[in-house]
Design a protein around this ligand. Sequence first.
Ligand code: NAI
Length: 332
Amino acid sequence: MTEMVMFSAKQYDRDGFDAANASFGHDITFLETRLELDTVELAAGAPAVCVFVNDDVSATVVDALATGGTQCIALRCAGFNNVDLDAAARHGIAVVRVPAYSPNAVAEHTLALILSLNRRIHRAYNRVRDGNFALDGLVGFDLAGKTAGVVGTGKIGTIVARLLWHLRCRVLAVDPVHDPHLVELGVEYVELDRLMRDSDIISLNCPLTAESHHLIDAEAIGRMKQGVMIVNTGRGALIDTGAVIDGLKRGRIGSMALDVYEEEGRLFFEDRSQQIIDDDVFARLLTFPNVLITAHQAFLTHEALDAIATTTLANVSAVLAGDECPNAISAS
Ligand code: NAI
């Protein structure tokens, strides 16, 4: 049995982990608070710490975790851009993650955003409930025959590309690694520049790295088709938010759907409906009728939550038993 402190824990996390833990028997303390320098002492004495996408696992926090005796940082997500891996390696702290819990969940949410945004379902829903049955402003386009560009064809992007292909889009892809099954299907791997120029829809499904940071910036937007649809279910900082706001204002970007946002750590996963949003950039995004935002919920299916809990607990068991853990991330 290992003592594990879980930060940023919501009820759906507790439900999933309590059920899965029946087979592992770890001693889990669920904390609603986010991990950051001010809260790190809550992990003192626990060999395992479990974190999510917006917990702060930067070098200073890792140093403090090491002082408190942490041996394993268990991410209950796939992305690990919020963790200073070098700092963890310096202290001999293992970092483990859940590389694939349900790529279908994220891919299906990406498709839901594309379809909802295109056919203005988010606006139609409110109109009809309000007794407004007018159709002005709800004109979409046929997806069939359009060009969709998928940036990153890993576990999630591959499914996004397939779904779009089945909707009879021409699908372009960018990834240093080419998936032969997608090529066989008819997906065309191209340079990023060509994808930006030719796509009617651009879906971001790559990880956030130094290379992909602000992949969509003013210059990239300048190369895109007039009226392009941009969809980001990857990580917020793949997009320069100021640049897309400018692109939306000028009408260059036709519509945009986001499940992630650069500064989401200060907003997402909490009910802030009684507060004033002090992030003016985000508040501006909310004013566009052609922008659809969900608050990092692409992963949120029962299947994904079950898989996240089981894999995370197995990761912690392996690390603390001194076994090889296939889901360990090493510093580059
Ligand atoms: P993966 O590791 O299976 O695939 C990522 C792919 O992106 C790889 O094929 C890699 O070669 C490619 N890639 C890396 N850098 C690239 C670049 N600069 N340009 C083009 N391709 C590049 O990862 P997976 O599972 O498909 O997840 C992708 C990302 O989705 C994660 O890193 C994470 O940030 C995000 N994600 C978002 C979730 C949400 O709830 N919104 C949930 C899970 C993941």
